[in-house]
Design a protein around this ligand. Structure first.
Ligand SMILES: [Zn+2]
Length: 281
């Protein structure tokens, strides 16, 4: 059975700052529980969050987790100009490096928004010193996706490594079953079934957010989103962490691997040599 890399996107889901800030407490609790299980992962911080709570970044890094960058303001790449993206990403990477005193080499786009419309970001990420990205959902999706992208790790034409989201097929749909709301709703029995059927060279990573664990957050409607989606995202959070514990306890062959950059430097991901962005245009 496989190794799964633990990753968390540290973002602030509040519609505005009049709502109570919940993520620092949630991340503190998550770090404690990960310590107990001896799991190290990668935490992709939104720049705005890091600026507001630098101690959280410092603590995460001090506990041995990798620090990655998850955009400055959590805006999808498809809504940004190249100049805006470059300026924000340069500043955000520097900010995280200054706070954490570590090198930041990993990037994750908000909401898998590295798509055909935003492939220009690949060159900018490489120029700014990122070594890998985990920003692609290699299938069609109502939100963002890059159909035709490989399901296994690959290098872009410029050497930047891409680690696509692991997918499972359910009724013809491809879904990122190991993360977020999918992980919360799918029974572990089914998740184990998908894991058992995963081809060996896929990079398995789970992703979560502070709100996936937050049972005390008041309900609010997300901006520009249907009401039922806001409810779906708000419900069913109580068992999120115990699902991780259950996977480890009841499937001892499943383990949580070291952070991305550690695996990257071991050479494990170098599977598909070079893929031109023109493959998707
Ligand atoms: Zn995000």
């Amino acid at each position: 059975m496989p190794e799964i890399i633990f990753s968390c996107d540290v973002e602030d889901p509040r519609p505005d700052e009049s709502y109570p800030k919940r993520y620092p407490e949630i991340i503190e609790g998550l770090l404690t529980r990960l310590e107990v299980l001896d799991i190290k992962g990668t935490f992709f911080f939104v720049g705005k969050v890091a600026k507001a709570d630098p101690e959280l970044v410092k603590k995460t890094a001090a506990l041995g987790h990798e620090i990655g960058f998850h955009s400055m303001y959590h805006k999808p790449l498809t809504t940004q100009s190249t100049t805006e993206f470059e300026e924000e990403t340069r500043a955000g990477k520097q900010l995280l490096e200054d706070i954490s005193a570590t090198q930041v080499v990993g990037y994750r786009a908000p909401i898998f928004s590295l798509t055909r419309q935003s492939l220009w970001a690949v060159d900018i990420l490489k120029e700014l010193g990122f070594e890998y990205s985990s920003s692609v959902l290699p299938a069609g999706s109502p939100l963002f996706g890059l159909p035709g992208a490989p399901f296994t790790p690959f290098r872009w034409h410029n050497g930047l490594l891409e680690l696509p989201a692991p997918l499972a097929s359910i009724g013809g749909a491809k879904i990122p079953y190991l993360g977020g709301v999918y992980f919360r709703y799918l029974p572990n029995r089914l998740i184990r079934f998908f894991l058992g059927k995963t081809p060996q060279n896929q990079c398995l990573w789970t992703y979560c957010h502070p709100h996936d664990f937050d049972t005390k957050q008041p309900f609010y409607r997300m901006k520009e989103t249907a009401l039922w989606i806001s409810w779906l995202l708000w419900l069913n959070r109580k068992r999120t962490f115990s699902k991780y514990e259950d996977l480890l306890k009841t499937s001892p062959a499943i383990s949580f691997a070291p952070p991305f950059s550690e695996q990257l430097h071991s050479g494990k991901f170098d599977l598909i040599p070079c893929l031109p962005v023109t493959s998707f245009t």
